[in-house]
Design a protein around this ligand. Structure first.
Ligand code: ADE
Length: 226
């Protein structure tokens, strides 16, 4: 999977991706993350990328020219999706993460300042995605959220001892929250690991986990059961 991130703050993306599982995913060539700075495309002599809004009002608006030129300079694969990160978009979910993982290339457009010149939407027709009903200062955190959650669905991304199959919300979990986990020791500060997990009866363990998933979902996220 190739991710192209259009951002005025490439270092945020690069620094995050240089750590942990993302770093390994890049090293193993499961993913590639490239950043593209619209400022490098600005035709303005001061390399400006924003301007004041027509009609007045507060804040600055990201202008068309640097974004259009930056977007069209990105080499496209046959099977790519272009996404604008914006609080106005459809709400991101595990289902969308899974769906997006089938593309060869994802181009992510991060906003900053008050917003985008509307002609960026009209001219480039991005799919608009929001990571939740709150407003962030820029699209970089949302872009990283997408990169992380989409990549978890890619073959060979999580390494041989891990899988996204049993993640909360995933198909393997029938859309439920994940069951509780325990590791050594058997007892810590008086809290014991449930006996069933120590017994080695796989059928009983599976039943227990299924029941726990259902109970947790009922308690914490009853909306998921509807
Ligand atoms: N940019 C600012 N806030 C955002 C949000 N909630 N989701 C996606 N992009 C954003």
């Amino acid at each position: 999977m190739i991710y192209n991130v259009i951002t005025l703050f490439p270092k945020i993306i690069e620094d995050y991706c240089a750590e942990s599982i993302t770093k390994r995913g890049i090293k193993n060539s499961v993913i590639e993350v490239k950043t593209h700075n619209p400022r490098d495309y600005s035709l303005d002599k001061h390399r400006r990328v924003d301007d004041t809004p027509y009609g007045g009002g507060e804040g600055m608006v990201l202008a068309c020219q640097p974004i259009f030129d930056c977007y069209f300079d990105i080499e496209k694969k046959e099977n790519f999706e272009f996404i604008m990160l914006t609080p106005q978009g459809e709400k991101f979910s595990q289902k969308i993460a899974k769906e997006l993982s089938s593309f060869e290339q994802i181009i992510l457009l991060c906003g900053h300042y008050e917003g985008f010149d509307e002609r960026i939407r009209l001219g480039l027709k991005p799919r608009e995605i929001s990571i939740g009903d709150y407003v962030l200062t820029g699209g970089e955190l949302p872009a990283l959220v997408l990169i992380d959650s989409i990549s978890r669905n890619l073959k060979d991304y999580l390494g041989k001892d891990a899988s996204s199959h049993n993640d909360s919300f995933s198909e393997g979990m029938s859309g439920l929250l994940e069951y509780p986990h325990y590791t050594k020791p058997r007892e810590y500060k008086g809290m014991k690991v449930p006996d069933v997990l120590l017994g080695g009866n796989h059928k009983e363990i599976e039943e227990f986990r299924k029941q726990q998933s259902l109970e947790r979902t009922q308690k914490k996220r009853p909306d998921l059961l509807n």
